[in-house]
Design a protein around this ligand. Structure first.
Ligand code: NAI
Length: 333
């Protein structure tokens, strides 16, 4: 067994964390040989709930979990962490404008960026789940200048998992036999779920999903819209937002970042744009990436046709607007 690593989960008293903490603590993310010290951060009014979560983690009797540190102090939460799951965020309340939500969250992610900068390991891997995830990741990175920008990512893996599962049902294969579905852009309704480069193993043959489904308008209209609206459909049914699936996606995202992707497979992660595929630089944009030695690289050379280009432009525009609003809030301080 290796030395324990410190991992922080924020929003630790919330519903995503309730599933995520168990996945992390039993070894799904960092492996069955990696012992862990879990730091749980939430806000002061949730300290009592957090105690209950700590009790349940103890009662799981998990061999990899060496210590749990519940706290409401970012200085304690981010101290020496190797990985950070930033789940906690201000939820959207009735009557709240998108702008107000963004402003509240900018304040949270600014403070957490500063705390990461001061207290975390310099090679910390940061995954932002709390919405608006892409722009929160950008803000967080901005306030943590001593940590490489590549270490800040936002989650679009839930959208990827949804898209992959949808296609698996459509072509009637196990989900593992579908690969390389891409989510481009923002984790919002402007995201572009793209099956153009996806393949499915049908029988023993790897087939293009476009050929297998053979219905371009379905793939470019219905499929795109179903995945874009899947979160809202879950809320309508459950009266609460996706939590188990969001936790699984966060676990998948960090697991791949930590361990790498297998040859020929790529995954979608929102990362700082370097201008690839004509996307504006310096926004946190979901791209297809491959990962080796804990470093992601954007997959290059995929064909982006006119239809895809128009979708990329819409989601880029939204991210540019979010960035502008976020930076305006930051500059008020
Ligand atoms: P929740 O409301 O159940 O839990 C959020 C927790 O964060 C609460 O315990 C709250 O007290 C805490 N929190 C608020 N401010 C905090 C701060 N400054 N520091 C630490 N903790 C803080 O919400 P849930 O369902 O767990 O979702 C969390 C976030 O994840 C939301 O922003 C949601 O929109 C987002 N989300 C993102 C997805 C994605 O694919 N990127 C998918 C699903 C949800």
């Amino acid at each position: 067994m290796s030395e324990p690593i410190r991992v922080v989960v924020t929003g630790a008293a919330g519903q995503i964390a309730y599933s995520l903490l168990y996945m992390i603590a039993k070894g799904d993310v960092f492996g069955a040989d990696q012992t862990l010290i879990l730091h749980l951060l939430d806000i002061v009014p949730m300290a009592g709930v957090l105690e209950g979560v700590v009790m349940e983690l103890a009662d799981c009797a998990l061999p990899l979990l060496r210590q749990v540190v519940p706290t409401t102090d970012p200085a304690v939460a981010f101290k020496d962490v190797s990985a950070a799951f930033l789940v906690g965020a201000m939820p959207r309340k009735e009557g709240m404008e998108r702008k107000d939500l963004l402003a509240s969250n900018v304040t949270i992610f600014k403070a957490q960026g500063e705390a990461l900068d001061k207290y975390a390991k310099k090679d910390v891997k940061v995954l932002v789940v709390g919405n608006p995830a892409n722009t929160n990741a950008l803000v967080c990175s901005h306030y943590a200048p001593s940590i490489p920008r590549e270490n800040f990512t936002a989650m679009t893996r839930l959208d990827q998992n949804r898209a992959r599962a949808h296609i698996a049902v459509k072509v009637n294969v196990p989900v593992d036999d579908v690969k390389n579905v891409i989510i481009w852009g923002n984790h919002s309704a402007t995201q572009f779920p793209d099956a153009k480069h996806a393949t499915a193993k049908i029988g023993l043959v790897e087939k293009s999903v476009y050929d297998a489904i053979n219905n371009q308008s379905y793939l470019e209209e219905d499929f795109v819209s179903i995945i874009q609206k899947r979160g809202a459909a879950v809320i309508a049914a459950r009266k609460m937002s996706s939590a188990m699936s969001a936790a699984k996606a966060a676990s998948d995202h960090m697991k791949d970042w930590w361990n790498g992707t297998s040859p020929g497979n790529f995954v979608s992660m929102a990362v700082v744009s370097d201008g690839s595929y004509g996307v504006p630089k310096d926004i946190v944009f979901s791209f297809p990436v491959e990962i080796k030695n804990k470093e992601w690289t954007i997959v290059q050379g995929l064909d982006v046709d006119e239809f895809a280009r128009s979708k990329l432009e819409v989601t880029s525009q939204e991210l540019l607007e979010e960035k502008e609003e976020a930076m305006a809030v930051c500059s008020q301080d």
